[in-house]
Every structure is written in structure tokens, then in C-alpha cells.
Design a protein around this ligand. Structure first.
Ligand code: GSH
Length: 194
């Protein structure tokens, strides 16, 4: 039994996309950032870090986007969100997700110039490849997409500054799981800081 705590458009959007990709049934627990529900005693009892996403797996707590993505990809191998029997590809996925969590995620808060530098590195690393690792769609793509989706409009001014990230964004937006996630989260309503 999976229980998913999420807030529309936030970090939790990445595992939400993965849940839609694998088609797993789960109990959805929307959390309002606007009402500071991540700071309530009830939520802090679940995740002392006071952050979404949280996935309960038969009541056991799993936090952090990367951890939840790895769990979902391994628990539902038929969705092929992680390459099988390919140590190097798996390590590349961990490498991307470490960079995304530690460097891309906090970048916008550190100023526009810094964010643009960080996305330029991601753009170069992605190169002309359709997907982040080994020519196959994976959890690294989902993680990468969510942050670009969130900050894309604020990275301006020049259009075309991140051509590879833009191509990746378009490929992601074409996926039914991404469209479904956005539709569900839009209906609940975004409460993202400007
Ligand atoms: N390192 C965490 C970051 C999660 C995170 O920053 N969540 C934010 C939303 S994007 C949050 O829940 N903030 C609520 C708060 O700080 O009260 C992860 O990868 O899951």
C-alpha cells in the first residue's frame, strides 16, 4: 500500500510523474504549502524535515525525491524507469540525480546568474541526447524535468539559451504521464512562491 504526500508543482511533482508512469494505485495526500501544512506536528511526525515528497510504503516512511524515484523504479520494473543489469548506466543516473538535488535544486535561490550557469552545465551534459542516460528514458529525466519545468520561465531572457534542455522539456511534456500529473496538480491548485 502506497501513500503519497505531495504539493502541486513542488519537488513532489517528480515522484508523482513516476507514479503515473508506472500506473501504481496509491492514496494521494495533498499537502498545502500555503497553509504551512508541512510544519504541522502531524506532518513533522511523518517527516521531521518538514518537506514533501513523502511516500509511505506499507506505513514505512521514505523521503527525498531521489530515494522515492529509486524505490518506484525498482519496485515496478515493468515501467522500465531504471536500466536493468547496467551498472554504469545506473551510476550515471545516481550521478545526475545527485547533481540535480545538490546543485540544480538550490540554484535559483542563489540568484539568476548562478541558476543560468548551473542550467548551462546541465544543457551541455545532456547534449544532443534525447534522454539523460544511455538513450533510455529514466528517473533521472523525471527529476531533471521537474526543476526545469518549475524555473524555465524565470531563467530568461534569451530564448534558445538552453537548446538541449528545451528539447528535453518538449519530449517530457509529450508524455501522457506528465500531462496527467500536471492536470491532476492543476486541479488541486499551485501554491508555489513567485
Ligand atoms: N531534498 C528534498 C527537497 C524537498 C523540498 O525542498 N520540498 C519543498 C517543496 S519543493 C518543501 O516541502 N518545502 C516545505 C517547507 O520547507 O516547509 C528532496 O529532494 O525531496
Amino acid at each position: 500500500m502506497l501513500t503519497f504526500y505531495f504539493s502541486p508543482g513542488s519537488s513532489s511533482m517528480a515522484p508523482h510523474i513516476a507514479l503515473q508512469e508506472i500506473g501504481a494505485s496509491f492514496e494521494a495526500r495533498p499537502v498545502s504549502l500555503g497553509k504551512k501544512e508541512t510544519r504541522t506536528p502531524a506532518f513533522l511526525a511523518v517527516n521531521p524535515a518538514g518537506k514533501v515528497p513523502v511516500l509511505l510504503v506499507d506505513g514505512r516512511v521514505l523521503t527525498e525525491v531521489a530515494g522515492i524515484l529509486v524505490y518506484l523504479s525498482r519496485a515496478f520494473p515493468a515501467a522500465r524507469l531504471l536500466p536493468e543489469n547496467d551498472i554504469e548506466a545506473e551510476a550515471q543516473i545516481v550521478s545526475w540525480m545527485s547533481y540535480i538535488a545538490s546543485t540544480i535544486h538550490p540554484a535559483r535561490r542563489q540568484g539568476l546568474e548562478h541558476a543560468r550557469e548551473v542550467y548551462a552545465v546541465a544543457d551541455k551534459r545532456l547534449g544532443k541526447n534525447d534522454w539523460a542516460v544511455g538513450g533510455q528514458y529514466s528517473i533521472a529525466d523525471i527529476h531533471l524535468f521537474r526543476l526545469y519545468w518549475r524555473f524555465r520561465s524565470s531563467l530568461g531572457p534569451e530564448p534558445g539559451a538552453f537548446p538541449n534542455m528545451e528539447g528535453h522539456y518538449a519530449r517530457m511534456m509529450a508524455r501522457p504521464a506528465v500531462q496527467r500529473t500536471i492536470e491532476i496538480e492543476t486541479k488541486i491548485g499551485y501554491e508555489l512562491p513567485a
